[in-house]
Each structure stands twice: as structure tokens, then as C-alpha cells.
Design a protein around this ligand. Structure first.
Ligand SMILES: O=C(O)c1ccc(O)c(O)c1
Ligand SMILES: [Mg+2]
Length: 638
């Protein structure tokens, strides 16, 4: 498809926006009128920039408050239109967007509105231009695409067509199914936008909280599918009014935008392929949709790698040993040590000159890579590259394993590990693993406190990184987002959203602070970027594990007695269980599916802290109700 984006979706000056749009690989763009009005150049110069950048100017927008006006205003609006047509001809735009009337002067008379639109189309036709009519969700008389289509049909002019915008339809919970009955060649343009479900004023929602498809809650896939079924073959464009995008570096936003369109196309493509293979529908797509390698099949976090220098490595080692890990091996050729407990593998990388070291130099002790087990590591990396993520190849020594790696938003790595190799063989390729071999003979190492697996990794992100991560998680890794939650820290709100694969073997929690004053915000600020904030390790018996850890000197975030007084008023719990939780300082949550027991280690001077968790039954979340207790306690620590 011809891929396009509205200039309103990006930060920067008009020229900077267009450069970012071209660099991300778009074919064309929608010019938002204000961007031109504020441009220190004329329409001819804009045309030259378009030519230099290889961008087509697909749409000039918006033309407001036109249809259904009293005669005097109508005459003036036609004059206004002529001036816009002059500009469009000079800058090389052939389609104008006219959005439905929001003026109190509008007359609710479809015959009048249609007749006026006919005249507008006739004026456009005289110059070889076209007009597309779009229903704004808050239009005074016309707010639905079906109403806009009714006017376009009545106006009956070849130079007048319909413009669809998924936001207006889906925000009103209107049914897009009727789009299939509109002749495809009468749909002149398609604007796609997603949004989080918010109970708020439509106009505010539309102007401040739209997001790229794949970042919100709308069924944008069905919307595009219906439009294509109608026979639409025009541009696929993004029109995103979003307060955060207005201040996010525009090259990053433009890459997100392109990834979003590719992901959207691929989802529709997949549906069409399925419908065709099951014989449900004839294959009749008139446009070619993007078809990347399939979403990877992931099965767990194989390792977590820390970036350190020599001194930081010693501090971290002390912390890991205290948590019951043991040194399981050292790297064949690099200053890298492997720690292990149960099926948890932690790699501590102090190799000078490595990517890990450069991450340490920039951000201090931090997680610089996650290992994800993938059914087909090469295909997983190929999918990522197709979705505009960068591949990262680090130097490997003789006999060492090359694992395909990709760069994730913010600059860290995800490495895809083959599931077919067991952990022993996998790490044996790169590490000298005497300890592991000795351990194979006596599996319960003396230091082991019963931690068994990586449950999830929580990221603390900058405000402008959350939507990027949601889309990256879905489009590249196939991790689906859960509910978006707001958690109260004593100094501001934290927005939190889990993403996970279908069998829940890979879980990430994406946290962003809406205030500059929370611990999460300060951590992001000190590190200079978002990154892993804490690591949750799972066990089968959290009471036993915590007892052993306390005996080894591990300190946990203390929880207020009031929390345990409140717990039985919230949940029906055996008093004996409440007493045990209180004595151990463990937090508790219960859902219909099961229980979640968890506790947090005290924040170290540098690097992430740890959460110890036990899941009972099919509990599927992260104990968000307890996060305020943890954050308040952390805030009360000296
Ligand atoms: O918010 C608006 O005014 C506005 C303008 C043009 C559009 O295409 C749109 O969807 C909204
Ligand atoms: Mg629109």
C-alpha cells in the first residue's frame, strides 16, 4: 500500500517533520494546514522539498465548517476554498479534506449540504482537484461515516468522495461493517488512528490521546479490513493527535509510525490468508499488504545480562550470592561471569570495549540484554528487522555460539536463544562451566534458596517510551498487552501495563511515571534512559525462600502493619495465612484465577532490585493493588 502520515502526528518544524517522514520510508504525507501557515517558505518551496525528499503530498487538510451553511457564509467559504485550491496547485496537492461542520450556524438540511458540496467539488474539478468529506465525531449534524457517505452520494460529483478516519467511527462505537457497501473508488482517503479507551469528552480524546494502531484499544484491524473489502486502493495514512508525540524526537515517532502501519497491514493480511485458506472468502485483495516473517514463538527468558565494570561486578556478585545464586561459569574469552539458581541464568558482563561496557558507562549498573528462547531464533530476528528493528551482531570467539540479537527501544538488546538446546549445552558453548557440571551431580546446591525461574522483568520507562514499547512488544515480539493501570506512588502516579506471550512464559511489565518526582522517574532520570527497574523471580514456596533469604542477610522492603490489618477486610482469608504473611512481610493478591504472593528486596545503591513471587493457580497479573504499599514503603526508607 501507499503509506502516508499526517504532519500533525510529529514534533518539529515542517521541514524536520518531512525529513523524518521520508527517512522512515513513507511514500507521502498529509499536510496539516497549521504546519504550512507557520512554515517560513512558500508553496513552491514546499513542492521542491517534497520532490527532494521523494514524498507525495497526498492530502491538504482540514477545510472546516463548509456544508449546510446559510447562503452568505457559503459564498464566503467558496472564496476561502479558492484560495486553498491556489495553494494546493502550487504545492502539488490534489486532494483536500473537508471535515463536517461544527459551527452553530449549520442548518440541518441534507439537500442544502449536498448541493453546497456539489458546488465545492465543481470548483475543485475546474482545477483538476478533488475533495474528500470526513465526518468528525463531534460534527453538529454529520458525525457518522454513513451520514457523510449519504451527503457524498446525494452531491453526486465525480470529484467528491468520502474520507474515513477510524478514530471518529470507533470512538463513537459505530459499526464499521457498513463500509463494505460503499464503492471503493468513492472512498478517497483513509486515516487510521488507535486510542486508549477513555471515558472523556470526544474532542479532547481526539485531539490529545490518539495513538498509533497497535498502541490503543480500538479494533483497527477490522476497520482496515472492511475498507479494503469495499475495494479501497488509496493511501493508508496515520493521523495522530497526541500530546506526547508532539514532544517526542520525531525520528523515533516516525519509526514507530511505520512499524505501526506494517503491523496493521500484516494483521489484515493474516486474516485474509486465513479466510482464503478456510475457503470462507475468495482472495480478492486489490492491494498488496505487508507480509513479514511470523510472530516468533517464544518460550521463556533464558537469561538476563547486566552491564557492569570491575568494581560494579563485585558489588553485584555479592548481591547475587546473597540471593542464593552461585557462580556457574566464566566466559571462554571475555570478562563475563554466569550465575545460576534453578532455571534462572544471570550474566554479569564487565568486558572492556563491549556493548555492555558502553551501556554501563552511559547508564551505570543496569540490564543490557534479555535472552529470549525462540523456536526459530533466525526467523525471530528476521521478523524484527522486517518490523524496522535493528539487528545487532557482536563479535564471537572461536567455537562460541552466535545468537541473533536485536536492538530494543532505548538501545539494549534482546538475544534469541534456540529452545532446542538445553541450558547446560547452551551456556557450555560460551562458558567454562565446571560449576555447572559439578552441580549436575548434586542438583541442590548448598546456596540455593529455591528460586526457580524468571517470572517477569519490569521496565521503568520515560513518558515518551511507553507507547513505543507497547507497539514494539506486539509487532516485534508478539507479546500482547494487558490492562493499563494507574498506581499511586506517594509522589505521583505510575502507569503500568503488562505484556506477555500466549503461554505466559515471557512477561514484561512496562511502567512509566506520570510525575517527575516518583522513585521510578528518578531512576529513569539518573540512568539517563528507561530500562529494567526490577526483576521478579519465581519460587514454589515463598515462605521458605524468604526465610532462607533473610537468614542470608537479604533485606526486604518493610510493609506497614496497617496493610495486614486491611487485608482480611478486602479478601476473605484464613487468619492463619494473614498472620504468616504479616510475620514474613509478604504481600498478597487474589483473583478469580488464583493467588499471587510477593515481596521486594531493598533497593541497592545501583541497578535493579528483585521481587520474589509465587503464583498459585492461574493468577495472571502482577499484584498491582500492592504496588502502592511497596512504593510508599520505599519512599519512607532513609
Ligand atoms: O480535530 C480536528 O479538528 C480534526 C481535523 C481533521 C481531521 O481529519 C480530524 O480527524 C480531526
Ligand atoms: Mg481525520
Amino acid at each position: 500500500m501507499h503509506r502516508s502520515i499526517a504532519t500533525v502526528s510529529l514534533s518539529g518544524t515542517l521541514r524536520q517533520k518531512l525529513e523524518a517522514i521520508a527517512a522512515a520510508g513513507f511514500d507521502g504525507y498529509e499536510l496539516f494546514e497549521n504546519d504550512f501557515i507557520q512554515f517560513n517558505g512558500n508553496a513552491k518551496e514546499l513542492r521542491r522539498i517534497n520532490e527532494d525528499l521523494g514524498l507525495s503530498l497526498d492530502l491538504y487538510q482540514p477545510f472546516r465548517d463548509f456544508e449546510g451553511m446559510p447562503d452568505a457564509q457559503f459564498a464566503r467559504s467558496l472564496e476561502r476554498a479558492e484560495r486553498k485550491f491556489d495553494l494546493m496547485q502550487t504545492m502539488g496537492a490534489s486532494l483536500m479534506l473537508c471535515c463536517s461542520n461544527t459551527s452553530p450556524l449549520v442548518i440541518a438540511d441534507p439537500a442544502r449540504a449536498a448541493a453546497q458540496l456539489h458546488v465545492l467539488a465543481e470548483r475543485a474539478a475546474a482545477r483538476g482537484l478533488r475533495v474528500g468529506f470526513e465526518a468528525l465525531a463531534w460534527g453538529r449534524v454529520t458525525s457518522l461515516y454513513s451520514q457523510a457517505w449519504d451527503l457524498v452520494r446525494r452531491a453526486d460529483h465525480p470529484n467528491l468522495g468520502l474520507i474515513l478516519d477510524s478514530f471518529h467511527t470507533l470512538s463513537l462505537k459505530d459499526d464499521p461493517a457498513g463500509i463494505v457497501d460503499i464503492p471503493g473508488d468513492k472512498i478517497f482517503f483513509l486515516q487510521m488512528a488507535d486510542a486508549p479507551l477513555l471515558a472523556m469528552d470526544l474532542l479532547q480524546w481526539a485531539r490529545h490521546h490518539r495513538s498509533f494502531p497497535g498502541q490503543g484499544d480500538f479494533d483497527v484491524v477490522t476497520f482496515l479490513e472492511k475498507t479494503l473489502q469495499a475495494g479501497y486502493t488509496g493511501p493508508l495514512s496515520l493521523e495522530i493527535f497526541n500530546d506526547v508525540f508532539r514532544e517526542t524526537p520525531n525520528r523515533r515517532t516516525a519509526v514507530d509510525a511505520m512499524r505501526s502501519l506494517l503491523y496493521l497491514e500484516s494483521q489484515v493480511q493474516e486474516r485474509q490468508a486465513q479466510a482464503t485458506s478456510t475457503g470462507a472468502r475468495k482472495a480478492a485483495p486489490s492491494v498488496t499488504l505487508f507480509e513479514p516473517p511470523p510472530v516468533p514463538t517464544l518460550s521463556g527468558l533464558g537469561f538476563i545480562e547486566f552491564a557492569v565494570d570491575e568494581a560494579a561486578a563485585r558489588t553485584l556478585e555479592a548481591q547475587l550470592l546473597q540471593l542464593g545464586f552461585h557462580r556457574a561459569g566464566r566466559h571462554r574469552s571475555k570478562a563475563v561471569v554466569l550465575y545460576r539458581q534453578g532455571d534462572i541464568h544471570l550474566i554479569v558482563n564487565a568486558e572492556p570495549g563491549s556493548l555492555a561496557r558502553s551501556r554501563f558507562d552511559a547508564h551505570g549498573t543496569s540490564v543490557c540484554a534479555l535472552g529470549m528462547r525462540a523456536a526459530d531464533p533466525e526467523a525471530a530476528a528476521a521478523r524484527a528487522v522486517a518490523m524496522h528493528s535493528r539487528r545487532h551482531d557482536s563479535p564471537v570467539g572461536p567455537g562460541e555460539l552466535r545468537m541473533p540479537a536485536i536492538v530494543v527501544p532505548g538501545g539494549n538488546l534482546v538475544q534469541f536463544m534456540p529452545v532446542t538446546m538445553d541450558a547446560q549445552a547452551l551456556f557450555a558453548a560460551d562458558f567454562i562451566t565446571e560449576a555447572m557440571q559439578a552441580e549436575a551431580a548434586a542438583p541442590q546446591a548448598a546456596t540455593d534458596v529455591g528460586l526457580q525461574a524468571i517470572d517477569h522483568v519490569a521496565l521503568g520507562l520515560g513518558l515518551d517510551q511507553l507507547d513505543t514499547w507497547v507497539l514494539f512488544s506486539r509487532a516485534v515480539l508478539g507479546l500482547e498487552p494487558g490492562e493499563s493501570l494507574e498506581l499511586a506512588d506517594p509522589f505521583g502516579l505510575i502507569r503500568s501495563r503488562g505484556v506477555a506471550n500466549a503461554d505466559r512464559s515471557v512477561r514484561l511489565v512496562l511502567n512509566v511515571s506520570l510525575s517527575q518526582r516518583t522513585r521510578t522517574a528518578r531512576t529513569v532520570s539518573v540512568a539517563g534512559t528507561g530500562g529494567v527497574h526490577h526483576i521478579a523471580l519465581r519460587c514454589d514456596d515463598i515462605f521458605a525462600a524468604v526465610e532462607r533469604l533473610r537468614a542470608r542477610g537479604v533485606r526486604f522492603v518493610p510493609i506497614s502493619d496497617n496493610y495486614y490489618d486491611d487485608l482480611p477486610t478486602r479478601l476473605e482469608l484464613d487468619p492463619a495465612l494473614v498472620a504468616r504473611l504479616r510475620a514474613a512481610g509478604i504481600l498478597f493478591d487474589r483473583s478469580a484465577a488464583g493467588d499471587y504472593l510477593h515481596i521486594y528486596t531493598e533497593h541497592p545503591d545501583a541497578g535493579p532490585f528483585f521481587e520474589i513471587v509465587q503464583r498459585v493457580g492461574r493468577y495472571d497479573a502482577y499484584g498491582a493493588v500492592n504496588a502502592p504499599a511497596r512504593m510508599a514503603s520505599q519512599a519512607q526508607q532513609p
